[in-house]
Design a protein around this ligand. Structure first.
Ligand SMILES: Nc1ncnc2c1ncn2[C@@H]1O[C@H](COP(=O)(O)OP(=O)(O)OP(=O)(O)O)[C@@H](O)[C@H]1O
Ligand SMILES: [Mg+2]
Length: 238
């Protein structure tokens, strides 16, 4: 038997350093390495102990045994000021899902590479953020709130909500925050060009990407109802 060329189901990443055929491979929690298991029973014990992923490979078949989430993970994204935190908080109250504000997490746990004076924000360390969240996301039941979406693993999310706000409404909201002229125009441009919607469509299957209007308080309420209903209907994949 020859070694597999690729592990399917894990964003097509190549298996590094597999000189010889390894039937049982453990995905390292740091996401960067794959380690061989000495035996099938060892692989199964590991899987049941940590609820993690074990990838079973043969020369022409690749099986992935991933933990099945019992509750969904939702990503709420959009340009700054479109209402991600407002919407996520409302949804958390109604569903008991766990709200993860990535900006707050980055600050609290120092998951950054310092401060960017020009952009006036922390330089997020995407690998540290993903490593920090991996176990929580595998468990499911999370609402992730962040103004970016292209660096999270695709498999984490069951729904990707992209909030959108009319430019003039957004301009007023961001002005009220006292944003500098350059930060203001960067964000308005981002909204005009629908940057986050494009990013979401490129990073996730289109059928899980849901754009929602977020201009008014009434929109917050409507979106909350839509999303509560989606959570109620969601079922784990078998
Ligand atoms: N749909 C809405 N209608 C009216 N006001 C809103 C709406 N959504 C949010 N707001 C208000 O706009 C401001 C920004 O909202 P919020 O903090 O939720 O945005 P955000 O997308 O989380 O921003 P950031 O990316 O900077 O964290 C808040 O004052 C909030 O009350
Ligand atoms: Mg926010």
């Amino acid at each position: 038997m020859s070694p597999p060329e690729q592990i399917l189901g894990d964003q097509g990443r190549l298996l590094p350093g597999l000189g010889s055929w390894n039937p049982f491979i453990q995905k390292n929690p740091l996401r960067t390495q794959y380690l061989p298991f000495p035996s099938p029973s060892c692989a199964l014990n590991w899987s049941s102990a940590v609820g993690g992923q074990v990838l079973f490979c043969s020369s022409d078949i690749v099986y992935q045994r991933a933990m099945v989430r019992k509750r969904p993970n939702i990503l709420v994204t959009g340009t700054p000021g479109t209402g991600k935190t407002t919407t996520s908080s409302a949804l958390t109250e109604a569903t008991q899902l766990h709200h993860i504000n990535v900006g707050d997490l980055v600050k609290a746990k120092n998951l950054h590479d310092g401060w960017d004076d020009e952009l006036d924000c922390y330089i997020i360390n995407e690998d540290l953020v993903c490593d920090e969240l991996e176990d929580t996301m595998e468990e499911g039941g999370n609402i992730v709130d962040y103004h970016g979406c292209d660096f999270f693993p695709e498999r984490w999310f069951d729904l990707v909500v992209v909030l959108q706000t009319d430019n003039t409404v957004l301009y007023d909201r961001l002005t009220r925050r006292g944003y500098s002229e350059s930060k203001l125009s960067n964000n308005i441009e981002c909204e005009i060009f629908q940057t986050l919607l494009e990013e979401a469509k490129e990073s996730y299957p289109e059928d899980i990407v849901l754009p929602l209007k977020s201009d008014s308080i009434q929109d917050v309420s409507t979106n909350r109802s839509t999303l509560v209903e989606w959570v109620r209907r969601w079922q784990p994949s078998t």
